[in-house]
Write a protein that binds this ligand. Sequence first.
Ligand SMILES: *Cc1c(COP(=O)(O)O)cnc(C)c1O
Length: 358
Amino acid sequence: MTLDDLPLRDDLRGQQPYGAPQAPLPIALNVNENTHPIPPAVADDIAESVAKAISGLNRYPDREFTELREAFADYLGHGVTPEQVWAANGSNEVLQHVLQAFAGPGRTAFGFAPTYSMYSLLTRGVGSEWVAGTRGPRFEIDSADAAEQVREADPDVVFLCAPNNPTGTPLSLEVIERVYEASRGIVIVDEAYFEFASDEAETALTLLPGRERLVVSRTMSKAFAFAGARVGYLAADPALVDALRLVRLPYHLSAITQAAAIAALRHSDEMLRTVDEIVGQRERISATLEALGYDPYPSGSNFVLFGGVDEPHETWRRLYERGVLVRDIGIPGHLRVSAGTEDETTAFLDALASIRDE
Ligand SMILES: *Cc1c(COP(=O)(O)O)cnc(C)c1O
């Protein structure tokens, strides 16, 4: 029995699922997690909140996750109100809700490739067509060119990844403004890595007033060191948020998830304390890779894409043998590595140097 024998949807035949390898290696730097564990005192407080929620698990949770929306609005600032906030099990589900409401069969979603691989998968999953635009030679996006591409493609949904995964490329507000003006559909700015951006980087939250088709999505999976809890969120016009209620499953955020996320947000300063340290390791990776003769790209995130790798898959395999997991994202001559703790980063850099010297 294979997939071919099943009455699978025609548009899913031949598709590959999301498949970052999950291997139990000591140095896992392949999916851009925050590799620092949650501080024990914070973990205790989260556990206490979850324990309280457990005694009420006989009832469905607050379908409107009101307290969590208030906490996210507080955290985001920039005048964002709870009515403008939506959340789900990871920002992947948040993005799926947007696509379910605003894309779907017969419609299109657009992004500037290479970009986050889940955009095309989620798009096809809701029966829409994925349209890939192009970037400049260093994966940057020029605002006039971007606006032209979007005008030409005329998509129902545009994804802008800021900074971009897998390249790390920062994105200016000017590009977002021009793309918004050039489009008639929903424009999603995915700020999954925003907390790692430089201090001068401006969030697209500042563009929300007056732009009712704009969505800014965030996640607790990266800077917040909360990937295992599965919590993502967005800010947008209250009417747009209302549209998402048409497609979400009832009670999609469990009482346990809500309790854990609310408790974590109470400690956002402590949860985010490792961000500066991670940014420091990112800069160290870039400098060391350059000294080793590789070609790292500027990054506003917690990972570095680097070129100059003659045989990416072979290099990936030899790092794997040394207990280091990085990401072969399928760009010829390139690999991507997440910035870990100082020790993890050292292990990666030493392993790579020893492979190069062999
Ligand atoms: C990691 C990542 C996410 C986060 O996904 P979650 O479902 O929130 O874990 C979203 N967007 C991009 C670009 C990412 O790299």
